[in-house]
Design a protein around this ligand. Sequence first.
Ligand SMILES: *Cc1c(COP(=O)(O)O)cnc(C)c1O
Length: 396
Amino acid sequence: MSITPLMPVYPRCDVRPVRGEGCYLIGERGERYLDFAAGIAVNALGHGDPRLVKTITEQAATLMHVSNLYGSPLGEELAQMIVNSTFADTVFFTNSGAEAVECAIKTARRYHYAKGAPHRHKIITFANAFHGRTLGTISATNQPKMRDGFEPLLPGFEVIAFNDLAAAEAAIDENTAGFMLETVQGEGGLMPASEEFLTGLRTLCDEHGLLLILDEVQCGVGRTGTLFAYEQYGVTPDIVAVAKGIGAGFPLGACLATENAAQGMVAGTHGSTYGGNPLAMAVGKTVWGIIQDEDFLAHVRQMGERLRSGLEQLIPNHDDLFESVRGRGLMLGLRMKSDSRAFVAHLRDNHGLLTVAAGDNIVRILPPLVIEENHISECLEKLSAAARDYTPPVAS
Ligand SMILES: *Cc1c(COP(=O)(O)O)cnc(C)c1O
């Protein structure tokens, strides 16, 4: 037997965190890391936030789980808070991002079914997208590394080029249910939808009776400096999948929809045993209460601008290594001229800075949303020191 007890599906690095303190992680041997990965855009409040710890301990002692057979006072409160501050009229709570996307797909299919057009099941999705690891969500992408060996996948998706409005229009046929995209692509390489593209998709949806589904699992909940990234486009979606930051480390996701888009989701059509349990709802209320605050979001924008301009200033000094900066708010990507994975490893192993590699040679910088100036300075110093003592791998 050589398989590890922990199923070896992740190529895990040598960092073995055992404790978190604010924006820092502490490893098994006591070593400290500046955590600008934040659990891949999850730990919005950093580690050990006292408000979150208090909520979890108090709610765990009061009521943790009951099932969705019963009424949910806390679920109603959180759903109302979300409805009050977004486009949505209704919310389904999940435990993860992939489940939120699954609910979005089911809601879209059911919408056309309820309207008497069950043949309209096809969802147009986009190259380099990431929507999760369930069979449904891998079916919505075109990346062989996620799909190979899992076929047959779910029919009803067509993947086309991102930010290509003409291709999107050409892909519409009588079976189309809607478009699904990340407002800012995360794993694929920190690529925002262009303004023309997203507003154009909205127009196409209106003209053809289609639904606009946004996957804001990574870019939502304050990450880009507004509560949701779509707000920066002046576009109103029909369905939005949310997770990561909304639980700030507790497993929580949500599928948000307008009343119109959710018209097929009647009693008995969907469910989740854990989804929306009292512990998760208490966490969600605390996190949402903190993040939807305009001063909090202004802080994210301000820190995002500081970090971005600091990153841009690094480029001319290291133009052999770095190419450009992209992204929004505190969802930033530093594009490398060589393999970003190797540089992410160098930052981590030799400079104690945690970042995440993404497609297109991007170093993803996703700090907790509560960072302060001193964390930004520390990050920039580490990046600059790392750039000075780095030798890119020789291209093969
Ligand atoms: C992380 C992510 C998901 C999947 O979330 P899980 O909680 O891992 O299931 C889906 N969509 C996007 C855009 C993501 O970044």
